[in-house]
Ligand binder design. Structure first.
Ligand code: NAI
Ligand code: A1CAB
Length: 264
């Protein structure tokens, strides 16, 4: 059995990194970009090529090109019954099946970039025609990259994209904002980076290890009339929680809109 990746960009590289670290998989990445192929084959135990070969029924094809490139990229593929795992946002099983000559052995996955270091979290959805062996295969592949959550309905893929799929970008956004604020307070760029990252690392590990609710952990930092309260009061005035919820809703709405636009 070989695992083929169609597209060797950011997300495919993150998954390949996780899988390579665990080992035991025969992986081939297909990318039209020479630099990407050179990067992948020099960093990981993978073969790289420009064109997908004819597949066998026991192979797995991971569709990892941009949603807008999927139809063109999959034209003429000879699957011969291979299992297809699609990580693309906004492309339903139905749409993918139409791109792939009515192929029916398709599982959707919504991963995220921390898969690269084995700390990803991926949502998986399989329609009712998919058997347990295929589900286990998909789950085992994604477990090499982190946590796995099975979803009961396909629409949940759009919703999980707005939380954990896009989520690392939200965290980096806040990290950068904290770094910029530290620079405004007179710290060097390097110090500001260390302070922001160290704060996140410590807070996330504390939340994980203590198992305490996030709200309680926030209270534990916040002295009455103190400095934290002064900061979080400003966040509340700007309704930062609502801003986050609106951002997530916009992400989910965009996935739904892409679904409409990209359906044949
Ligand atoms: N980046 C992320 O955090 C996440 C991305 N995804 C999904 O993953 C997919 C890929 O996204 P990224 O990796 O971010 O994009 P990317 O642009 O980094 O990678 C796409 C790759 O596909 C290659 N490509 C395009 N057409 C091709 C073709 N016909 N044959 C061979 N290679 C071709 C490009 O050269 C590029 O390297 C998307 O469908 C996206 O919705 C899902 C979850 C998270
Ligand atoms: O931005 C995107 O469309 C992709 C899907 C989830 C994360 N990145």
């Amino acid at each position: 059995m070989s695992i083929y990746f169609l597209g060797g960009g950011n997300m495919a590289t993150a998954i390949v990194a996780g899988m390579s670290k665990q080992g035991g998989y025969d992986i081939e990445v297909i990318d039209r970009n020479l630099e990407k192929r050179q990067h992948l084959s020099s960093c990981y135990q993978v073969r790289c090529s420009e064109k997908l070969p004819t597949l066998n029924a026991d192979d797995v094809l991971v569709l990892a090109v941009k949603p807008q490139d999927m139809q063109q990229s999959t034209a003429g593929i000879e699957l011969n019954g291979a299992l297809v795992l699609s990580i693309a946002a906004g492309l339903t099983i139905n749409t993918l099946s139409q791109f792939l000559q009515n192929h029916q052995r398709i599982i959707r996955i919504m991963p995220n970039t921390p898969c690269q270091i084995g700390l990803g979290i991926s949502g998986l959805y399989a329609p009712s025609n998919i058997d347990t062996a295929d589900k286990n295969l998909a789950e085992n592949i994604m477990r090499t990259t982190g946590e796995v959550v099975w979803l009961d309905e396909e629409s949940a893929i759009n919703r999980i994209a707005g939380i954990s799929g896009s989520g690392p970008a939200y965290v980096f956004y806040f990290l950068n904002a904290l770094q910029q604020a530290a620079i405004q307070q007179g710290f060097s760029t390097k110090e500001a980076h260390q302070l922001s990252l160290g704060t996140f690392k410590g807070a996330v590990s504390l939340a994980e290890q203590s198992g305490t609710e996030f709200v309680q952990l926030q209270k534990n930092v916040t002295s009455k009339g103190g400095t934290t309260f002064a900061a979080t009061s400003v966040f509340d005035q700007h309704q930062l929680s609502q801003v986050v919820a609106d951002g997530v809703a916009a992400s989910v709405a965009r996935a739904e809109e892409m679904q409409q636009q990209l359906a044949p």
